[in-house]
Write a protein that binds this ligand. Structure first.
Ligand SMILES: Nc1ncnc2c1ncn2[C@@H]1O[C@H](COP(=O)(O)OP(=O)(O)O)[C@@H](O)[C@H]1O
Ligand SMILES: [Mg+2]
Length: 241
């Protein structure tokens, strides 16, 4: 039996048929504004609430901004930082390496960390004048180091999606055990947030596209519903039959 850890994002564990395999690495990818950061914040916060220590590495925000973002969504990070259950590590994009691995590793050991977020890996892509190979090697190195230390890793990356039927995959997508895709789908003048699990190595999961809502309480996924933005396309398909 594989051991799974729950994301505790409402609805998501149902789609994942239990959760994420413990010790695996998952990439959360999608266009800007689709909920990658909020979902990552919840992953760490909900774990901490249940006494699972977490580390949040951010390359996009200051520590203060992360706390404020959490607060605006009802998550008081500082409360758990004080208890040693959450550590926020700012990863300056001016630094040469993707992640100076020493800091997270020592915190992982001393605080018995179970969950690690890296939000996001994309910024470094642009900064690496030395070429893509180095960038990918660093991502792989980071993923492997996290695996060795036994934590479950959730990393985010930016991906432009114009058509859900023709998602183009980046080489780094293949370095991860799991891939979760977030998107915003338009129908008429309305937009709808959606989620789909692209792959989860070594475990079963639901493969459909599900609607997702972002509110002041964070993200909620609806495994029992169809995205309204895709309904017409479904109707057209069934009419043709
Ligand atoms: N308090 C809130 N209430 C409702 N929606 C929100 C709230 N805060 C953020 N959002 C929505 O979440 C989106 C940003 O989510 P975020 O996780 O930061 O995106 P990204 O995928 O770029 O990391 C915003 O564009 C907005 O639509
Ligand atoms: Mg973000």
């Amino acid at each position: 039996m594989i051991k799974q850890i729950k994301t505790y994002i409402p609805g998501l564990d149902e789609i994942l048929k239990g959760g994420i395999r413990e010790g695996s690495s998952v990439l959360l990818t999608g266009p800007p504004g689709t909920g990658k950061t909020i979902l990552s914040l919840q992953f760490i916060f909900e774990g901490a609430k249940r006494n699972e220590p977490g580390v949040y590495i951010t390359s996009e925000e200051t520590v203060e901004n992360i706390r404020a973002y959490g607060m605006s969504l009802g998550m008081e990070f500082e409360k758990y930082e004080k208890k040693g259950l959450i550590t926020i590590i700012p990863q300056l994009i001016s630094s040469k390496k993707l992640v100076s691995i020493a800091t997270p590793l020592s915190i992982i050991q001393s605080k018995k960390v179970k969950r690690v977020v890296l939000d996001s890996i994309t910024l470094f892509d642009y900064l690496h004048s030395s070429g893509e190979m180095d960038y990918r090697k660093e991502v792989l190195e980071f993923v492997l180091k996290m695996k060795e230390s036994g934590v479950t890793l959730l990393a985010t990356s930016e991906k432009s999606i114009s058509n859900l039927d023709e998602i183009t995959y980046a080489p780094e997508d293949f370095l991860f055990d799991g891939l979760i895709i977030l998107a915003k789908i338009r129908k008429g003048s309305s937009f709808e947030h959606c989620i789909m699990v692209g792959k989860m190595r070594g475990q079963d999961h639901m493969i459909d596209i599900f609607p997702l809502k972002i509110s002041k309480n964070g993200i909620e996924v609806f495994p029992g519903e169809l995205p309204f933005s895709l309904l017409e396309q479904d109707d057209m398909r069934s009419n043709k039959k």
